[in-house]
Design a protein around this ligand. Structure first.
Ligand code: 5GP
Length: 196
């Protein structure tokens, strides 16, 4: 029986302000990696520059509940007081087409996906000091003061679980962090090719 080739699954987590979205945007632009980012559903209202179906599928609490009932999520979690969920169909379809799929999700989601998909490669992005996180959150200018405070408190909880991940990548320097994750991804692609 032949082995069915599926694209690799990467999970990228890290506190708000760790720069994980910026890193992932750079990686997606590298054609040779053949990566796609899974678009999650969320009950969080869109930020000004965010588009439905591009950054997230923005749904109501009721819609989110129905999606849970219909078993549409690979995982879902409550993060910073809102619900976020990975849509199973999107991930399965792309992986079966040979795309590598990146999930940018929180530590709870990472734990659940690791249980369901033990082949997932998990990466935690961090900064060397909490001050950098705070600066980045403030520079972003998209969150209220109370939302910033909540995200900083949650960052402590996320950092405490960093050791559960396969890799921890320091993002004090963006180019270095991107290069490091790129080599993790390339190593996985090479490894999968050996077994295909
Ligand atoms: P933001 O509101 O800044 O876009 O995301 C807040 C947090 O929710 C981030 O840590 C992000 O990684 C996480 N997140 C986004 N989508 C999902 C998802 O589908 N599942 C889980 N568990 N977390 C998610």
């Amino acid at each position: 029986m032949g082995v069915i080739a599926v694209g690799p699954l990467f999970i990228i987590s890290g506190p708000s302000g760790s720069g994980k979205s910026t890193i992932v945007a750079r990686l997606l632009a590298m054609q040779d990696l053949r990566l796609r980012q899974s678009i999650s559903a969320t009950t969080r209202p869109p930020r000004e520059a965010e588009r439905h179906g591009q950054h997230y599928f923005f749904v109501s609490e009721d819609e989110f509940r129905s999606m849970i009932e219909r078993n549409e999520f690979l995982e879902w979690a409550e993060v910073h007081g809102q619900r976020y969920g990975t849509i199973r169909r999107v991930v399965d379809e792309w992986r079966s087409q040979g795309w590598g799929v990146v999930l940018v999700i929180d530590v709870q989601g990472a734990q659940r996906v690791r249980q369901i998909c033990p082949d997932a490669v998990t990466i935690f992005v961090r900064t060397s000091s909490p001050t950098i996180l705070e600066q980045r959150l403030r520079n972003r200018g998209s969150e209220s003061e109370s939302a910033i405070q909540r995200r900083l408190v949650n960052a402590q909880g996320e950092l405490a679980r960093a050791s559960e991940f396969d890799y921890q990548v320091l993002n004090d320097d963006l180019d270095r962090a991107v290069a490091e994750i790129r080599s993790i991804i390339l190593a996985q692609i090479t490894e999968d090719a050996k077994h295909a």
